[in-house]
Design a protein around this ligand. Sequence first.
Ligand code: FA5
Length: 344
Amino acid sequence: MSKDILEKIKSDFEKGLQEAGNDLGKLEELRIKFLSRKSELNQLLKGIKDLSSEEKKEFGSLANQTRKEVETKLMDLIEEIQQRKDLEKDWIDVTAPGKKEAIGHLNLLSKVQREIEDIFTSMSFEIADGPEIENEWYNFDALNIPKNHPARDLWDTFWIKNKNKKGEKLLVRTHTSNAQVRYMEKHKPPFQVIVPGKAYRYEATDAHHEHSFCQFEALVVGDSVSVANFKSIAQEFFSAFFGEKIEIRLRPSYFPFTEPSFEFDISCKVCQGKGCPTCGHTGWLEMGGCGMVNQRVFESAGYEKNKYQGFAWGFGIERLAMMKHQVGDIRNFRSGDLRFIRQF
Ligand code: FA5
């Protein structure tokens, strides 16, 4: 045996290392070639026992040292490459822009309601609230709709099974007009207020009717409020809401709490008043009911009869949203269909 064999093994190993680079597969091949039981180096080590004691001394320690060197170098390199690979796997780019969380947005109806509130606030109106669970008095009787009066049939009602502590029958309000007397009991004229909110009716649904929908009530009361004031405020509101001049029209109608009463139409936005399927070829679209506040309602609120004049209206918020955003079916609003919701 000679040292040359060991030198050759070492230089073969170094060459092999260079060729393998960072390739763990090739390094494993090197391990088998130079360190396995059948490797040339191990065979040499096995043969040491047959050498003379002189040779054992010289060659044995050199062979062992060579094996140790090969083993340390190779195993350290494998471990280092493995650690680097693990780090690369878990690497986080702290400079990368953050991922935006997918968050929701306001429903079209809420947006439209806020738009309405903004326009009225800019005209010095107050925004007030009324309860959705109501007693018969504020929803009907106080508005000049006594029990057994046929006008109650205009509002198909969801009654609540349980009465309140005072033994009064309860319902979910059929219109935001329930807030009229509640507000007047707490405020003295002059005032101008709107009450946006939900209303409920026990009726079949179709493209223009829902059992749960939104209205907003407007109430303006003072010493000399007239239909002319109402028309100009309505004109102002609709022009601001649609961003263009809107024609309005009043048709005689009937509501127990207003006298005279009107149906309120606006010129059709789709055909500019020429006539189309949306407006039933009339050129006009029905927006809601309105009228001069009936003196009996003022009496319900505790006001002196004939002391004040006022007008009130109740418009559907879905109908306004439908017209402004070309929504063909009112049922889309509460369908939960994200394809619809995400459009706005
Ligand atoms: C009323 O509810 C009266 N309280 C309005 C009023 C207030 C008149 C103050 C006079 C003075 P009406 O039932 O017509 O009236 O409803 C008013 C508007 O609410 C309708 O024109 C429509 O825009 C909307 N609306 C009514 N029922 C539904 C429904 N089922 N689904 C969607 N919108 C509806």
